[in-house]
Design a protein around this ligand. Structure first.
Ligand code: PXL
Length: 288
């Protein structure tokens, strides 16, 4: 039989991203959100689970946790031996303070020539640390956030990272002071999420070398869990498709709003958002 030459059809630049966060088996957050969103955005998505939980920790009790800290260095060493490298590392909820030094090593040892690191310091919200974390973890997280190209904190996380006192009510000057403190501590680009200057709107404040720019959108009164992970994953997906930081931040915001709208009205679904049926919307935005 003659040899058949099959020509490849390449739709887009194909990026390989490593995402490090937990698997909450049930609950639509962290890896169960990041993997499908990054895949839908067109990227080869490599996962490194930081822990395996039966559910996430917000609103559930009695969940199981298996910390995978011990496995991390061996996995990274195997990848290095196999010359497996990445265009990007994106981290979310980590399992222990020790994991942060392993992630910093991976950022050094597994990077391709052009490489971007995006850190979502998923550790706190509404003025409080999540149950699994303490101030020792915050100290370690500072090393990761301030070494990264881009961080995606919410206001609570940015306060823990900088020592600025958390305020529920604030104005533009307060937000500028948080961003100035982030910059002083070493942050390059910051996408500060959940910045709301009115009752019915919220948005993201993007700070980079060019200055700060605000993207505002509708706010829904009913908070939903997991939206931070949906947001950060869509942001990374858009960024790796070549969108500017601000455009990626805006696309991710619009997608997250659509996910919330798609979940509203279902009181049994407060543990996460129904992000899957809205993936075609994200894909269509990425194609423009
Ligand atoms: O969505 C952030 C997150 C991720 N993973 C776990 C969590 C949370 C927030 O509570 O508990 C296990």
């Amino acid at each position: 039989m003659p040899l058949q030459i099959v020509k490849g059809v390449f739709y887009m630049e194909y990026k390989r991203v490593l995402t490090v966060q937990d698997i909450s088996c049930f609950g639509q957050c962290s890896l169960t959100v990041a993997l499908p969103i990054l895949s839908a955005a067109g990227h080869e998505t490599v996962i490194l689970p930081s822990a395996v939980l039966s559910t996430h920790t917000a609103g559930f009790t009695g969940f199981t946790v298996r910390d995978l800290t011990e496995d991390m260095p061996a996995i990274a060493a195997h990848w290095q031996k196999e010359k497996i490298s990445f265009d990007a590392i994106y981290t979310g909820y980590l399992g222990s303070a020790e994991q942060i030094s392993y992630v910093l090593d991976m950022m050094k040892n597994l990077r391709r020539e052009t490489f971007i690191s995006v850190i979502d310091p998923a550790m706190a919200d509404n003025g409080k640390l999540y149950p699994a974390f303490d101030m020792a973890f915050v100290e370690e997280m500072k090393k990761l956030v301030f070494a990264a190209d881009i961080s995606v904190p919410n206001i609570t996380e940015a306060c823990f990272l900088t020592g600025v006192a958390y305020q529920e009510k604030y104005d533009r000057a307060y937000i500028d002071s948080i961003l100035a403190a982030m910059k002083k501590a070493g942050a390059k680009t910051v996408v500060l999420t959940g910045v709301s200057f009115s009752d019915d709107t919220t948005g993201v404040m993007v700070m980079d070398e060019a200055g700060t720019k605000y993207y505002e959108h509708i706010k829904y009164a009913q908070g939903s869990h997991g939206t931070g992970d949906v947001y950060a994953s869509a942001f990374v997906g858009a960024l790796l498709r070549g969108k500017s930081t601000f455009d990626a931040a805006a696309i991710a915001a619009d997608y997250t709003v659509k996910c919330i709208e798609n979940t509203a009205g279902d009181p049994d679904h407060r543990y996460g958002v129904k992000f899957e049926p809205v993936l075609p919307y994200l894909i269509s935005r990425l194609e423009k």
